[in-house]
Design a binder for this molecule. Structure first.
Ligand code: FPP
Length: 235
């Protein structure tokens, strides 16, 4: 582990895993082949994350707007998520990964709901990496739900979100696939996050690409709205 890794200990990194479809189409394959390759990238990144000081990793696996995709693609994604949850649990336990799902569950196929519940239960004791999979997730919907609890202060609002969505402030948002937007992902939690966009399609994202993102993050100066060098302030 390098010094910059140590400096970053305890990071919350959130990733918008974009570019699966284009990756597949560029290879003359169906879009679903891109999602399949994307699942392999998910595995790689989970394995690499702790060495970069990442303690929480939130991955955008299926947005609430993704229901608008063609039915066969949605079904393929649901099957892939279920299979991933079923097959990866053992290696999550081995690696100390605690897996939790954020987002709505009531619209997911029952098989996926059961796979989520089983994976969460089996990995609950993991302490090396808090892995959050965002499935049927919409940040705006979550904020509306939080607001419905009539919070009296910003702290109360944040507390509700933390309790009900297992979230914490995000340090770094990575979006692959070349687009530069947040797509309704962790809008509250990313208020002071650094944003990193890469043209690399998600299926090609690997340890090296993650290292580059973390290195760029380390070079950023985070001020959270404050001024760091008070001696430079004019009187
Ligand atoms: C966006 O790429 C990606 C998705 C909507 C699905 C993300 C799913 C995975 C990475 C695989 C499964 C996840 C897990 C956790 C096993 P896109 O299809 O919009 O790509 P495009 O912009 O090139 O069309």
């Amino acid at each position: 582990m390098t010094q910059s890794d140590l400096k970053n200990d305890g990071l919350h990194v959130a990733i918008i895993m974009d570019g699966n479809g284009r990756w597949a189409q560029a290879r003359g394959k169906p879009r679903t082949a891109g999602h399949l390759a994307g699942a392999t990238a998910v595995r790689r990144v989970i394995e690499s994350a702790p060495a970069f000081g990442i303690r929480t990793l939130t991955l955008y696996a299926f947005s609430s707007d993704n229901w608008k995709r063609p039915r066969p693609e949605v079904s393929a994604l649901m099957r892939l998520l279920e299979r991933y949850l079923r097959t990866e649990t053992a290696s999550c336990v081995e690696q100390g990964v605690c897996l939790r799902v954020i987002g709505r569950r009531d619209r997911l196929p029952e098989r996926v709901q059961r796979a989520i519940a089983d994976a969460e239960q089996t990995t609950a004791a993991g302490t090396t990496l808090q892995l959050r999979l965002a499935i049927d997730y919409s940040s705006r919907d979550e904020l509306v739900r939080a607001a419905a609890h009539a919070p009296q202060s910003r702290d109360e609002f944040a507390q509700w979100l933390a309790q009900h969505t297992v979230q914490a402030d995000v340090d770094l948002v990575i979006r692959t696939g070349g687009e530069q937007r947040l797509s309704d992902f962790l809008l509250w939690e990313s208020a002071y996050a650094e944003l990193y966009f890469t043209p690399i399609a998600w299926p090609d994202f690997d340890r090296r690409a993650l290292a580059e993102a973390i290195a760029e993050f380390s070079r950023r100066q985070r001020r959270f709205g404050a001024v760091l060098d008070t001696t430079a302030v004019a009187s």
